[in-house]
Design a protein around this ligand. Structure first.
Ligand code: GUN
Length: 295
């Protein structure tokens, strides 16, 4: 068997087009959603993410601001930047790119973002809303994108056993919370595995839907996957490859070739979950503006 490839680039494009037509409709009423991205330092991967977010915003007809601050920006300077964006009526969504330099307390910065503008969904208010099933929660873009991909690919989550490998605040934990909610893309039985899980392959082999989000290149091997499972690869890792012009290639957390032989569906890297993340961030920014209008 060879797995169906879940095309995140195509699904993400559809979502971005849906957002763009809603933005066009609202701009007729003089309303335009605005997203501010703040990048501290020059981490190349973060710079790539932030650039593509800005480009996607503009393509969707949204207002986009990117603030690039030097790596030695102090915590209090960054907090003042967040305060200014909180008070700026043209900005509906604020995203502070992670990871931040080590001298800055990320939790403190994330808590400073107005929860109504927290389109990453990392503020404790939004985390709490997500856990309790409050519809006004901002859902973190990557797991939200995974959920949309499952829904739009016709993959049934209701009653399925979803096993998530990785317990980060950005992906693993919110992914679990989304999949156990009632309703479309939810109603799953969820297991969250991590570095201390005993006999990991025995657990992952029980998955109908396996989500790999540990940040380790090609960690999930074919012996860890039940034949016929749906495999979602959230990882994006650089591995040295002298044959490539840039000297590296991108691989996911899943050993793609062997796993694609036995899975029923799989996401590629790149072109799988990555494009979904950006699409959901735009969706969240639109949601932020609509919710702000109701306040
Ligand atoms: N770094 C890696 N993923 C993300 C994300 O979804 N949001 C932010 N702000 N930083 C990230």
């Amino acid at each position: 068997m060879s797995a169906r490839i879940l095309d995140g680039a195509a699904i993400g494009k559809t979502i971005r087009e849906e957002v763009a037509s809603e933005v066009a409709r609202l701009s007729g009423n003089g309303r335009k959603p605005g997203l501010a991205a703040v990048l501290v330092g020059e981490d190349p991967a973060s710079a790539v993410y932030v650039r593509s977010k800005g480009k996607a915003c503009e393509e969707a007809g949204m207002h986009s601001v990117t603030l690039r601050l030097p790596a030695d920006t102090s915590e209090s300077e960054l907090l003042s930047t967040v305060d200014r964006l909180n008070a700026d009526a043209s900005i509906h969504g604020i995203l502070v790119q992670l990871p931040l330099p080590r001298h800055i307390d990320s939790e403190k910065v994330l808590r400073r973002i107005d929860p109504g503008k927290d389109v990453d969904g990392f503020h404790p208010v939004n985390v709490g809303k997500l856990v309790t099933g409050d519809k006004s929660a901002f859902r973190p873009a990557t797991p939200y994108g995974v959920q949309q991909m499952l829904i739009r690919s016709g993959i049934e989550t209701k009653g399925a056993h979803a096993v998530i490998v990785g317990r980060s605040n950005i992906v693993g934990k919110p992914m679990a919370n989304l999949l156990i909610q009632q309703g479309p893309g939810g109603d799953a039985t969820v297991t969250v595995c991590h570095s201390r899980t005993r006999d990991l392959p025995t657990v992952t082999r029980q998955a109908d839907i396996l989500v790999a989000a540990i940040g380790k290149a090609e960690f999930v091997t074919a012996d860890m996957v039940r034949p016929g499972a749906v495999v979602i690869d959230v990882g994006i890792n650089r591995v040295d490859d002298p044959a490539r012009p840039r000297g590296y290639r991108l691989v996911g957390d899943v050993a793609y070739e062997p796993v694609a032989q036995i899975a029923s569906a799989i996401t590629p890297v790149p072109g799988g979950v990555g494009p979904m993340t950006i699409a959901m961030l735009l969706q969240n920014t639109l949601q932020a503006m609509k919710q702000a209008d109701l306040d």
